[in-house]
Design a protein around this ligand. Structure first.
Ligand code: SAH
Length: 339
């Protein structure tokens, strides 16, 4: 088993089964995530017999950097997993810290019409350990510490639920990487049963919903998931989530020229979200060569923003990163495959 797949509690259980005390888990997490060893042989405070047992039971999986593109304040990576599959991760330097956007699946089955990742069908889940390695590889490459995680790269995190929960548990553990749960954001296209399940998740992680349309007719044309879980079902689930967690939800709304950026859409969106504990993040669309959608003009984005504001909806416009380096979800991977 990949050692990075082990939660802290898994390790306590593992050591317990071989009659070792729980503090061994703390020691091992320290070697893995503070000292960053690459082999069990580097450990100096655990007996040789135990090291040998660890070597039999676990391996150090190693993801590698295949390609890196850099721009001001952004580094985009194509990473190779141990079975040769590739995924993407994007590091953005904000004034509040370094935020890493990680992939949760190899490919994606959600098929959103505007998204490059949807062109690559899902091949498999990314494991919790591999998500941890995305962090370790990039911290090592840039010699930095990551303070924020957004699960907004390739894949639908709620289509890989168990691994995502384990990942959050591992990354959040104070003996290890220790990224605060409030610094972690999960973005979903709206897998309703998992939103209900996530309402009971014991970590205070941020939830973002890819909304992109204020009514079913339009959302059906952009996001096939809406035909399974329509807006009524989605909003009911979100209301439940907010009532259970008392947390504010983010709605992501990509601005697509003449598709979802009209005044009528802004009014309809305001009505849909009225009174909810939420805010809207307007995202200037990153155009891709393959999908034919255009980005809304600056003027239309600002008008849309104003309409929401006037209707008392909290709203921000996402700062742009990496337009020059094709940093939109899935673009680096599909460019490599088209080339
Ligand atoms: N499957 C999850 C997370 C991955 S997509 C989800 O749907 O939320 C992360 C975000 O990037 C989503 O809001 C998605 O709609 C958006 N996105 C996809 N392609 C984009 C593009 N070309 N430009 C801007 N945002 C894009």
């Amino acid at each position: 088993m990949n050692i990075y797949d082990m939660t802290y509690n898994d390790l306590i259980m593992y050591f317990k089964n071989i009659n070792l005390k729980p503090y061994r888990a703390k020691q091992l997490y320290d070697w893995l995530y503070v000292k960053r060893i690459k082999s069990f042989r580097e450990i100096t405070n655990i007996k040789k017999e135990i090291i040998e047992k660890l070597e039999i039971d676990f391996y150090f999986d190693n993801i590698s950097i295949v390609k890196k593109e850099s721009d001001v304040l952004v580094n985009k990576y194509l990473l190779k997993l141990s079975d040769e599959n590739t995924i993407e991760a994007v590091l953005m330097e904000h004034d509040y810290g370094n935020s890493l956007c990680i992939s949760s699946e190899v490919g994606c089955n959600m098929g959103c019409k505007f998204c490059e990742s949807g062109r690559i069908k899902k091949i498999r889940d990314v494991t919790a350990g591999e998500m941890i390695e995305e962090i370790l590889a990039i911290e090592n490459d840039l010699k930095i510490r990551i303070s924020h995680i957004v699960i907004m790269g390739i894949g639908e995190p709620f289509d890989n639920y168990k691994n995502i929960c384990n990942f959050i548990e591992i990354v959040n553990n104070s003996n290890g990487i220790n990224i605060g749960s409030r610094h972690i954001t999960i973005s979903t296209c709206g897998i309703v049963p998992k939103i209900y399940e996530f309402s009971d998740f014991p970590y205070q992680v941020n939830l973002a919903i890819s909304l992109h349309a204020p009514n079913d007719n339009l959302r059906n044309t952009l996001m096939p998931i809406n035909k399974v879980y329509n807006l009524k079902k989605l909003m009911d689930a979100i209301d439940y989530y907010i009532s259970k967690t008392n947390r504010r939800v983010t709605f992501e709304y990509i601005m697509l020229d003449k598709i979802n950026d009209t005044h009528e859409c802004a009014i309809e969106l305001s009505k849909l979200l009225k009174g909810k504990n939420c805010y809207v993040n307007l995202i200037p669309y990153n155009e891709t060569n393959n999908l034919g959608y255009k980005r809304s003009s600056k003027e239309n984005i600002l008008k849309f923003y104003d309409t929401l504001k006037k209707n008392n909806i909290a709203v921000t416009i996402r700062r742009e990163f990496g337009g020059k380096i094709s940093a939109a979800c899935g673009q680096l991977k599909t460019m490599k495959e088209d080339a």
